[in-house]
Design a protein around this ligand. Structure first.
Ligand code: HEC
Ligand code: HEC
Ligand code: HEC
Length: 425
């Protein structure tokens, strides 16, 4: 028994050691979440090969270990900086903007040197050849990206704003640059480009949808944004995946596990200060108001509102009749901004696919929410989602069956892990 305890202690000790940044470059690589894209499931660190879907076929991330033959071992500092900030590989080919070089362009020289040293000196070299994309000819030609870059890429370092504090500038630098929060949280335009790259333009961080998840508004909008969150709540969310009333879910879980939980308190506070300074995306937006009618009806057994019975049967045990859940255990559905965006994708997707809370140093349990896609049909999911978005004072629009149908397609192909559970057609 003693030995098994010792093993357990050793195992967790080494897990922490591996996660703890060993150098400035390592810390910055975690901030930039390079591993999330450059490490395939079960593959060697940074050896590439992760499949990323695009509308015209899948592409694969590349080997950025210092292997001379298959990785970036023969990249000079300038080659590296040109790839990371300019989107051009050493041999001159244009990179697909799935590599977030439009954000990384903001990284300053000092940090770029630290990153380069980390990849050259600390990351073990792995021999693994890059995989060609599945995009057919002629769509796979890369020269049109020169035009794309000309239209959409601004290869400029971060410009500090001297009217703001040093803390604000640090937060802005991280969020716009290495942390590339806008890749998910900023809406995309006709060329699939992010519509804005900093707060000077109004579309910045007002919400975007990727792979079935809507990354919500991060402006001070009191309904759909984080206008009602304190600086401390933002810090806690990015560090642990939780505030008292919400949990990170969907693609945000990975961001927290791989990247933000590793940041220092100073950097997280700086990011929160910057986020809190971004003006509301909609000055007319109203915060949801307290409303006891839903709970009173549910408790009385009045199931006349569409979706009410489904809510009682499937959700109320954890999220409760008052929609407030249990603090840090089952998140609140009442007044939760992540569910109140015009785009209801995240709510629908978590009902279809279920969820697992982020596992972090400070929140180790990873509580799960069951998936209901195999149990509920499209109409039921739409009714239930509309019910959640319009109860307890929630003030968001109704959900259509068509939207559920569309999102179910992404679930049955990508996400069904348990072959015993059949997805209903
Ligand atoms: C959101 C996903 C994503 C993130 C995050 C990301 N990359 Fe990439 N990166 C890619 C993809 C995809 C490619 C290949 C693009 C292509 O083939 O055109 C790439 C290519 C590269 C290349 C060019 C190498 C080559 O041989 O093609 C370098 C260097 C690179 N990334 C470094 C980094 C570093 C350093 C970080 C972290 C600071 C990082 N990347 C973060 C997706 C990502
Ligand atoms: C891979 C896509 C992706 C990236 C990158 C990303 N997010 Fe998110 N984020 C999401 C999704 C999806 C949600 C909605 C689910 C949730 O609330 O956890 C979300 C939710 C959030 C929330 C909760 C908002 C609310 O109303 O509940 C905050 C705060 C947040 N993200 C901050 C950030 C910050 C800061 C960054 C950059 C460090 C970032 N995100 C990067 C996808 C992303
Ligand atoms: C067994 C308990 C349980 C049941 C039943 C359950 N949930 Fe959840 N729910 C959770 C947990 C735990 C999370 C956090 C998951 C995560 O972070 O990925 C969650 C998260 C959510 C979220 C995201 C909110 C946030 O801030 O993280 C929504 C929306 C949601 N549930 C809706 C529902 C609906 C609708 C139903 C009924 C169809 C339901 N849940 C049933 C436990 C449950």
């Amino acid at each position: 028994m003693l030995t098994s305890l010792l093993f357990a202690a050793l195992a967790s000790a080494s897990a922490t050691a591996a996660d703890t940044p060993t150098s400035k470059g390592h810390y910055l690589a975690q901030a930039g979440d390079c591993a999330a894209c450059h490490t395939a499931a079960g593959g060697a660190n940074f050896a590439g090969g992760l499949k990323m879907a695009t509308p015209v076929g899948a592409i694969y991330s590349t080997n950025i270990t210092p292997d001379k033959e298959t990785g970036i071992g023969d990249y000079s500092y300038d080659d590296f900086a040109q790839a990371v900030r300019g989107g051009v590989a050493k041999d001159g080919h244009q990179l697909y903007p799935a590599m977030p070089y439009t954000s990384f362009a903001k990284i300053n020289d000092e940090d770029m040197h630290a990153l380069y040293d980390y990849f050259m000196k600390e990351v073990p070299a792995v021999k693994q050849a890059d995989r060609d994309s599945d995009i057919p000819w002629p769509l796979n030609m890369r020269w049109p990206l020169i035009v794309w870059n000309w239209a959409f890429h601004d290869d400029q370092r971060f410009q500090p704003d001297s009217s703001q504090s040093a803390e604000w500038n640090r937060g802005a630098y991280l969020i716009q640059g290495l942390e590339h929060c806008g890749t998910c949280h900023t809406p995309r335009g006709i060329g699939f480009q992010e519509k804005a790259l900093d707060q000077k333009e109004t579309a910045y961080l007002t919400g975007g949808t990727l792979e079935g998840w809507h990354a919500p508004d991060l402006t001070s909008n009191p309904k759909t944004g984080i206008g009602r969150w304190s600086q401390q709540e933002i810090v806690s969310f990015l560090q642990t995946g939780w505030t008292a009333n919400s949990a990170a879910f969907g693609s945000m879980t990975d961001v927290i596990e791989h990247s933000t939980q590793h940041l220092s308190d100073e950097d997280l506070n700086a990011m929160a200060v910057y986020l809190k300074s971004i003006k509301s995306s909609d000055p007319q937006a109203e915060a949801p108001k307290a409303d006891d009618a839903t709970q009173a009806a549910l408790v009385k057994g009045d199931m006349s509102k569409p979706g009410a019975q489904l809510y009682m049967d499937n959700c109320a045990a954890c999220h409760r009749t008052d929609g407030k859940g249990y603090s840090k255990t089952f998140p609140a559905l009442a007044h939760n901004p992540a569910l109140l965006s015009d785009d209801p994708s995240s709510l629908i997707s978590i009902v279809l696919r279920g969820g697992k809370a982020a596992v972090t140093h400070k929140a180790v349990t990873g509580l799960t929410m069951p998936d209901f896609g195999w149990r509920l049909d499209d109409q039921q999911v739409a009714d239930l989602s509309t019910f959640v978005r319009s109860s307890w004072g929630n003030n968001a629009s109704a959900v259509t069956v068509d939207r559920v149908k569309e999102l179910r397609k992404t679930v049955s192909t990508v996400e069904r892990k348990d072959p015993d559970k059949q997805v209903k057609p």
